[in-house]
Every structure is written in C-alpha cells, then in structure tokens.
Design a binder for this molecule. Structure first.
Ligand SMILES: [Zn+2]
Length: 1101
C-alpha cells in the first residue's frame, strides 16, 4: 500500500524503524557474554525482572501487549480545568526544592546579560581602524544592548509558528509571475468568479434519518575528557591538517599578494566571463562586496538595496578617503562546506559513544551512530557548549548563551536502540526525595546501597526495599548493567496512576478531522482530495505500543460558517449529519457515534468520505468560522475524556460572525517601523485563551492552511503553537502541483508518533537553572513546559543561567523528564540525562562550543524578540552579542597578534556566516516578495526546529547535479551558496528543508536536459512542474533518488521549484544564495565578516 510506504519515509535516514531489540539474548543478568566485546557498560543480555519490554515507537513488527494496557476507565466525567496530576510529586512540598527562597526570587525568564560586565579596556589590541568609521563605540553598543527587552518576553505569551515559505507561498497558481503574494488586500468574497455572499448552504440530503438536534448539557467544559578528543587549539591558529583555504585566522586586509589580490581564483567552474568587477563598492570602502562571478551580470553596487549591514546604517559611509580598492577573497574565509566536510571525514566513521562527560558530538551534518553509555544521544539533546563556565561572571564575560536544544521524542536510525521501558510496578520510578529527580546513572549509592545521594541537589534518599541491591568493590550496584536507569542516558518509566490526571489512567487519544467545505475548498478539489486520502490513511494511525491496531478513535466535522458533525457509529447503515449553526455557543450535538474505532465503523466512514465532496459540490459559501471549530473539537475530547489531535484543513480568514472573528489587518508598510512587531502578534487574545483550554485537555491542534490571500497566520496559529501542533501552508493550492506535497505532509503528520497531554521539566545541578524556553508549548509557571501534544519532530530549546557556582570536579548535569500519554493511551515518563564539564578557563568554553546549536538558539531568541521589539533592535542585539562572544575570545584566549587580524575560535569560525544568514532571513529582513503570513509562518516553524533543520534552513545545501556519479550512492560534494560558484553549464540542486530548487544554467548540455526533463532544449523546460518526469536513464534515476533521499531526511515534504537561469523565477532562487548580498539589503558574507571584525575591534579598543 502506497500510504504505508510513504508513511515510513518519515523516520530520519529514510529507513523504517527496526523491530524493537529486546532483552532476549541468553545469558542475561549482567554477565559478560562470551564473545561480546567488553565495553564500559556491557550489554543487556536478556529480560530483566521488572523491565517491561518497551514498545517500539513504530514499525511493522508488533505483538499484542502482555501488560501495561490501560485499565478500564470509569464513566465519571472529568472535571474541567486543573489537572490533578503532577509529574513532580503530590503537592507543592515535593515539587522541586522545597521552600527555596532563592528560587522564588529568580526571574521567570532570562535576562539579557549585562554587557557592561564585559571588559572595556583591552590592552592587547590597538585601535586599528581601517574599515571605516567607529561611530558606535563599544559603550554605545553596550547601552543599546542593555536597553533591549528581548529577554523579557514572557514565555507563556510565546507566539505561534508558521507554514508556507518563500516561493511556495508567493507563487501564484496560474500566472508565472512571482510578484503576487499572499498578502494582497483582503476582499471578503475573494475572487471575481466567487459565489455571492449570503447564499444559503444547500443542505445535502442524507439517506439516513438525521438525528434530532438536541442540545446536550455542557460536558464541563564523570570522566575526564580523553586526550584523544579532538579539541581545536587554544589559539586561533589554523589547525594542522586543515586545508589552507580554511583559516580561522584571517588577516584582514591581507597583503595584496594574498587574499585580496587580483581576480578571484575561486570559482570552480568558469563559464562566461562577466564584465570586470567594479573596483570599489560605494558603500563599502576597502572591500569589494562581491567578486563578479563566472557568469551572469555584474554584481557590483546595488544602490537600491538597503543599508549595507543590518544594524549599521552608517557603516561604510565615514568621511575620509577610502582605502585603495581591495577585496577579501571568499576562498580565504571560513567555508561551511569545508567545515562540514572535515567533520564528516574526522568523525563520521566511528560511533559516538556517550560514556564521557562533556564530549562534543559530531556536527548534525555528519552521519554517525550513537552508543548510549550514560548520556543522552545528541539526537535528543545538543548544547551550545559542553564545557560551561563555573561562575556567572565568566558566563557573562563570554556572552556565550548556555542552552540545550532538546528533542525528547526524536526518532532514531534503525541501527540505534530506542529507549528501554522500565516498569517499577505500583511504586513507580525511584526519585530524589527533595528535588524529585529521577533515578539516573549519576546518582551515588552509599551505605552499602541502602541510600543514594542525589546528583542534582545532594539530598540523601532511602532506597526502597524492593529496589535495594548490593554494591561492588567500586561502589557500583551489582545490577548496574541490567538497569537502564543506572547505566543509560535515555530510558522510559511506565508511569503510575499518580502521574495521571485525576488519578485515573488515560483513555487512548482521539483524532478529529475538521474539513473546510467552503466554495474555495470544494472548487480547488481539496475537499475531495482529503476525503479520498483519509479513506486509506485511517488504516495507518499510530499504534504507539504493542497493539495490532491503533487505539486511536476518529471523528469528522465539516464546516463553513456553521459546523456539521457526523455520526459514524458502526451500527448505522449511513452516516448522519448534525448541523450546529449557533457558533457563538458551540456544543457537540452527539457523543455516541462521533468518536469511533476505524475498523468497527469502516463502512460508515467510507460512505461519509464518499458523500462529503458530493454534499458540498454546489456550495457557494465563502464566509468561514475558525475558533468555533477548535472549540467543537475541544469539547468533543472533553466529552470523551481523552486527549487528542485536531486536524483542521482551512482556507481563509475567518470573517463570519462568530467568536474569534478576524479582520484583515495586513500592512506591509509597517515593515521597518516600530509597529512591525504587530504583524507577528495575534490580533486578539481570544485564541490564547482557547489555547489554554486546549492544553488543559491535551487537545493538540494541527493546521493545514490553503490560502489564496492573507489569512493572518499570526493569529490563526496561536492555538497550534501553544498546543505543540504543526502548521502547514500551501498558498494558492493547486491540485496538480501541490497535491503530492500536501498528501505526503498529511500522511506523515497523521502517522507520526505523538506524546499527548505532556509535561516536560528540566532539572539541573545546583549552580545552574533552566530560565527560558523556546518552542511550541504553553507554560503556566516558570518551570513546567506543558504540551497538549509533542511529536517526534518538535524541539524545545532551553536556556540556562547560573544561580551559584559550579565545580570543575562535579561538572553540571541536566535531566529532562517528559511525562506523556502514548498513542496507545499508556502514561510514560521519558528521561534524558546529560553531563557537561565545567571550566574556570574561558579557553575551555570556546573549545567545546557548537556553533550549529548556538545558531539554533540565537535564531529562536531573535524570532521571539520581534514580537516585542523593532526588528532592527533585534538584529543589532544579535550582532552585538556575537561580537562580544568573539571579542572575549580574542581578548582572553587568542595568542597576541595584530589587531588587524580577525581571529575566530575554531569551534565558532562559522558563527559570522551563519549569523548573517539569520540576520537576513525573511523574518528579520524580508524581501519584497515575502508576505506577512510567510513571515509569521516561518517564525513559528523555526521555533520548533532542531539543530539539523535550522542548519540547512539558514545555510541551504547546494549540490552540483552534473557532478553526480550515477554508479555511486554518494552525493556530489556540496558547494558554497554563492552565485559565483555556479556555472552556466551546470545544474544545481538547492534544498533548505522547505523547498528544493533545481537551477538550470543556460549552457547546460542538451543531452542532460533531455535526460532529466524529457525535453529537447533549455527553452522547453517548464518551470511549473512539481516533480521531475520519471525517465529511464541513469542520470534521471540518480537525481530522483537524491531527491527522495533528501525528502526522507526532512520532516516536511519539500516543494520542487525548477529555476532556469535568467528566468523570472531566478530571483527566488538567488534569495537562497546566502553568501551573496540579498535583495532585501542583507549583507554578503564577505561584507558581514568585515563588519563583525570592525565590531569586535571596537569592543576591544
Ligand atoms: Zn535531588
């Protein structure tokens, strides 16, 4: 069945989850197996009493459960509102460190570091000023930074994240012009061919007797780092073995004979030679902005662009004679491609074994296997630094944010074992008496094993008799290797009833499909498409356990300005429809028969899905409601006393008279004004309140948007965002071009594993504390991240601040605990532990940072900042913080050298190029073609991205297609994202996680065009195709297999866009050549690096 195949492209690495590996080998019990290589932690050799065989997250091989099925539920109605469960114990007394006055006084959200703590007198460097003005001195920047309020955005007010991106949303369906955007003025009855307003909806005839409309009563509403670890050298000196073209030690300006001299040596392919580059750039004395590339028109001064640099409007405009024209050779500055390549070569061949504290994992772009030996896999947690300063002063001095990007339910490749499930029976997991941390490898057993000392708060707790075990001569429990919670970084506990709402085990969740049946939705073929797809897709609901069939019940609603509920009870011959037109006071008109088991009601469901497109075929309704739809779904889940997910398919701004009604308030003139932030804010707080109710019920909302114009993603997305849901956006949806993408997204979204009704808490060693959180969730207090749903693709970024000193000896520990309900209705706790090193030398911090993670944090921080600050302020703050990070390194860690040299820490040598990509992203510096909805969508999307996703989103992957080896599985070597790297005679593939572009040069050989596109010439290539034609030749097969592989790696199906060189669509493509100057005024990499250098020198002088 194709659905199934599609579905299982979901896991990363494009491979199905393996049958779950269990403790089934003989000889279990901690004995070393003969022939099994000895490892520090040994192997799990068999079933352990007390272990429940863990359920695979998904996969074809499942067996009926032997235990752990949820107990029958009582018929009592849930009191709505306060959940009675508490992951962290029963009551305040047990909730965290008791009565900690210190904790009470801490701010609930992070505060920006006070840059004033950064040393201002730096003797090492001269006040060398070659690149122009130094109008903004360090102190000035400092003041600016200190005035920022980004960090004070309440996390609970975090905004939604968004969907359609760039070209996919700005390309109108029929015309070939890309200038139209989704942000046009809204007219209530959208198109000229649209129906007249006010035409009553023709009620479809049903063969079954409609239920009488009956108003129901409201249903209530520790080891040292090994010497072999590859640490960069302390100073900025280039690492031995690094290619010469990858210096992190950049002389700027270098001697004329070196980097700046003459024609650019770099472009790999020489196509047509363009006109000679201009000798100077008007806005940037000293550097030429761009080497003129090997093809195309001159990319010289571009006077229409905005300021040369974000945040420095006066940059380059200082009086005085400009220095002689020089240019910085792009090949002489750090290349992302080279860094990625080096890491692959150095670290891709050996497994990453997590037994060592503070180990920096390979980059996200490197394929590697993980062996859990006591710390969580980097697939679950990545940190900005794996060696954190002992003191708050040091942390402030460096300005390096201390953050972890956590993906608690991440999918693992087939070669790795999913977390084991531990069942401690009725007594539940063993926890510290005081801080409630869960048993983990870092707890210290003392007194012969009768008590243990907490690794987080040092409190000593009695070991319960049933958990007692003797210690060996090293003080280790003799059952150490048999208990995941003693020897592994990640594992799960089966939760007891104490961890359940109202002390009652949950029912399995429900999925409710809510389909917009307005004129636009019907006319585009969308309604029919959804109904057809659901008929087969419902067979692939997640099973989330050992169940043979999914426990998830399903329900169906259609709506325009009224709602239609369907009774699909298995005993009916035909489905029955109930219409609720009182949208101001929404209620669910039926309980029995609304949520059903798919297999039991299959005939009725199929009949319903056949009838829906017919019923509304002649509709003329264009006015839509939205909030009542969510309300109805929420009420249905409340009535059924379960958590669940709403899948809402929606086309337009909800203007019909109803709660949550919206008006068109799009105004692109607000861009670059102090009011720009309002474009990201919801226009009413109605949806935040609704979201709160949804979270309390565990009602997660996924939104599929199909807009033909502005529909206010910033407002409609609020509930999705705060309930941990996903938004997908298909602007100008057209069946032919968009259906494959939509169906792939829908299939993955319906089938992926989700934890429902979840609460996450991150505990830390005394000395640091989680202070700020970024992602799609809700917070009602300062510590617990509440998620109506959390799927395998979502991340939460957590920032830490010092509240005391850390010690180098004990390091710092993180423990992330996620309490959730599986799709099978099982209540579980997933625990991830990570141990970090602590340092008293800044150099140790800089040696153990991870720039990709840092960028993930900075992007989320900035994207949240635009909600409450002018965008320019946010950009300036980002630049300033990074300049301080690099200046601190230069001052404290680098060996003395000329101030004219830019010296970057080895681990951060890509910080400038990646930071520049964030600064010129559509949220922070939109191009003219980017709509308001696109920006809101991207903002929401990025907020939940993991490190791999932000990496490719901000610095897309660019592959030369004519370099592919058709006989080899390997991808062609990626090239840097700059136009000058492109050749007219080549074709390139560019992907950023949302789109795949295929760029075709005008001089590409005819044979290649024929092989890939099936047409005989460049001019015949259609740029409206949404898939490559399936042609029987090796080149076509290879390119399509590369695309399939890329699609399988991403959590969303990427839109294919064919771009012909010098075609009107090429501007869209160039937007993603992020090393170049952008249409919106974003700086080129070369320019930005020079600018950062200037900023750093100002801080140091
Ligand atoms: Zn404790």
């Amino acid at each position: 069945m194709s659905v199934n195949q599609q579905a299982h492209t979901g896991p990363p690495y494009g491979q199905p989850q393996p049958a779950y590996q269990r403790y089934q080998q003989p000889g279990y019990g901690g004995q070393q197996m003969p022939g099994v290589p000895h490892s520090q932690y040994g192997v799990y050799n068999g079933p352990m009493p007390g272990y429940q065989q863990p359920a695979p997250p998904q996969g074809p091989l499942r067996t009926p459960p032997t235990s752990g099925a949820p107990p029958p539920t009582s018929g009592a109605l849930l009191p709505v509102g306060q959940p009675a469960y508490n992951q962290f114990g029963q009551g305040d007394v047990q909730n965290g460190i008791p009565a900690s006055a210190v904790q009470m006084q801490r701010p609930s959200v992070s505060q920006p570091f006070i840059p004033g703590s950064t040393p201002t007198s730096i003797s090492q460097l001269s006040s060398f000023q070659q690149y122009g003005p130094s109008p903004t001195g360090a102190q000035q920047l400092t003041n600016h930074m200190a005035g920022m309020t980004i960090g004070s955005v309440p996390t609970s007010a975090a905004p939604p994240a968004g969907v359609g991106y760039g070209p996919s949303t700005s390309v109108p369906p029929a015309s070939g012009s890309f200038t139209a955007t989704g942000s046009g003025l809204y007219t209530p009855y959208s198109s000229s061919q649209g129906p007249r307003p006010g035409v009553p909806l023709a009620q479809p005839a049903f063969s079954g007797p409609p239920l009488s409309m009956q108003r129901l009563p409201s249903q209530g509403s520790g080891a040292p780092r090994p010497s072999t670890m590859q640490s960069p050298p302390l100073s900025g000196q280039a690492l031995a073995g690094l290619p010469a073209s990858q210096p992190n030690h950049l002389a700027s300006p270098p001697p004329p004979q070196q980097a700046m001299s003459g024609p650019h040596p770099g472009p790999p392919m020489t196509g047509l030679q363009g006109p000679p580059p201009p000798s100077t750039h008007p806005s940037q004395p000293g550097y030429q902005i761009q080497q003129n590339g090997s093809f195309g028109q001159v990319r010289g001064p571009q006077p229409n662009y905005g300021g040369a640099y974000p945040g420095t409007s006066n940059y380059g405009s200082q009086p005085g004679p400009p220095p002689p024209p020089k240019r910085l050779d792009p090949d002489s500055i750090p290349s992302p491609i080279q860094v990625i390549e080096d890491d692959r070569n150095n670290r891709g061949s050996e497994p990453f074994v997590t037994g060592v504290r503070g180990q920096v994992p390979p980059l996200v772009t490197t394929n590697f296997l993980v062996k859990d030996q006591g710390n969580a896999s980097p697939r679950y947690i990545r940190c900005t630094s794996y060696n954190i300063p002992c003191t708050s002063d040091m942390a402030k001095q460096s300005q390096v944010p201390l953050a972890a990007v956590i993906k608690p339910l991440a999918m693992l490749p087939t070669e790795e074992t999913p977390p084991y499930l531990v069942d401690h029976g009725e007594s539940g997991p063993i926890r510290c008496n005081r801080c409630k941390a869960y048993m983990c490898p870092f707890m210290q057993f003392i007194e012969g094993g009768r008590r243990f000392q907490c690794c987080f708060c040092s409190c000593v707790t009695e070991v319960p008799p049933h958990y007692f075990q003797h210690l060996d001569h090293t003080g280790k429990r003799v059952d150490f290797y048999d208990r995941p919670e003693l020897s592994l970084g990640s594992y799960e506990f089966l939760a007891t009833v104490d961890y359940c709402k109202n002390n009652k085990f949950p029912d399995p969740p429900a999925f409710i499909f809510m389909i917009d049946v307005s004129y636009n939705a019907v006319k585009s073929g969308l309604v029919r498409l959804i109904c057809e797809e659901l008929k087969s897709l419902l067979d692939y609901l997640p099973r989330g356990g050992n169940l043979e069939e999914s426990a998830i019940r399903v329900g169906f609603v259609t709506y325009n300005k009224v709602l239609h509920f369907y009774n699909v009870k298995s005993s009916l011959a035909q489905p029955q429809m109930m219409v609720v037109s009182d949208v101001a006071d929404m209620f669910v008109p039926l309980l029995d028969g609304f949520l059903v088991n798919v297999n039991e009601s299959r005939a009725v469901i199929t009949s319903l899905l056949d009838q829906i497109p017919e019923m509304f075929a002649d509709t003329r309704e264009t006015e839509m409601v939205f909030a009542p739809v969510i309300q109805a779904g929420l009420d249905a889940l409340k009535a059924a006393e379960c958590a669940g997910k709403l899948f809402i398919f929606h086309t337009s701004l909800p203007i019909a008279e109803a709660p949550g009604k919206l008006k068109n308030r799009d105004d692109k003139k607000l861009i670059n004004t102090d009011k720009e932030k309002t474009l990201f804010q919801p226009q009413t707080n109605f949806y935040s309140n609704l979201a709160k109710d949804c979270v309390a019920q565990g009602c997660c909302v996924d939104l599929f948007l199909f807009p033909n114009q502005y529909l206010d993603v910033a407002t409609l997305g609020v509930v999705t965002y705060q309930t941990g849901g996903s938004i997908y956006k298909y602007s100008y949806f057209q069946l032919e071009t968009d259906q494959e993408r939509f169906l792939n997204d829908l299939r993955r979204d319906v089938q992926k594993e989700v934890g429902f009704d979840a609460v996450m808490r991150v505990r830390t060693s005394t000395g640091i504390r989680a202070t700020d959180f970024f992602g799609a969730f809700y917070m009602s207090n300062t510590t617990d991240v509440e998620l109506a749903g959390l799927d395998c693709d979502k991340t939460i970024t957590v920032e830490f601040k010092h509240d005391d000193k850390l010690s180098e000896d004990s390091g710092a520990l993180l423990q992330c605990a996620l309490l959730y309900t599986s799709s099978a209705g099982q209540r579980r706790l997933r625990i991830h532990n990570l141990s970090l090193n602590c340092c008293t030398q800044l150099a140790d911090l800089y040696r153990n940072c991870e720039t990709d993670t840092l960028i993930n944090y900075l992007a989320k921080y900035a994207y949240r900042g635009v909600l409450n600050n002018p965008v320019k302020t946010v950009r300036d703050a980002l630049i300033n913080q990074c300049a301080q990070i690099l200046a601190c390194y230069r001052k404290n860690c680098a060996s003395p050298s000329s101030a004219g040299q830019l010296i970057l820490p080895e681990c951060m040598k890509l910080l400038p190029v990646y930071l520049n990509c964030v600064l010129k992203s559509d949220v922070l510096q939109p191009g003219p073609e980017v709509s308001t909805d696109d920006r809101a969508y991207i903002r929401q999307l990025v907020t939940s991205m993991d490190v791999a996703e932000t990496n490719v989103f901000f610095y897309p992957r660019l592959l030369p297609l004519t370099k592919v080896d058709v006989d080899n599985d390997a991808l062609p070597a990626a090239i840097r994202n700059s136009e000058e790297r492109l050749s007219k005679g080549d074709m390139y593939l560019l992907e950023n996680g949302l789109n795949i572009f295929v760029w075709v040069g005008v001089n590409v050989q005819q044979g290649l065009i024929q092989n890939l596109f099936g047409v005989s010439s460049f001019s015949q290539i259609s740029n409206t195709m949404s898939t490559l034609p399936i042609l029987e030749n090796p080149f076509s097969k290879k390119v399509r297999s590369i695309m399939d592989m890329l699609q399988a790696q991403r959590s969303r199906y990427m839109k294919l866009i064919i771009v012909k060189q010098e075609d009107k669509f090429e501007m869209l493509f160039k937007h993603f050549l992020v090393e170049d100057k952008s249409m919106s005024g974003g700086a080129s990499y070369v320019d930005f690096l020079c600018h950062m250098h200037k900023e750093i020198r100002q801080l140091l002088s």
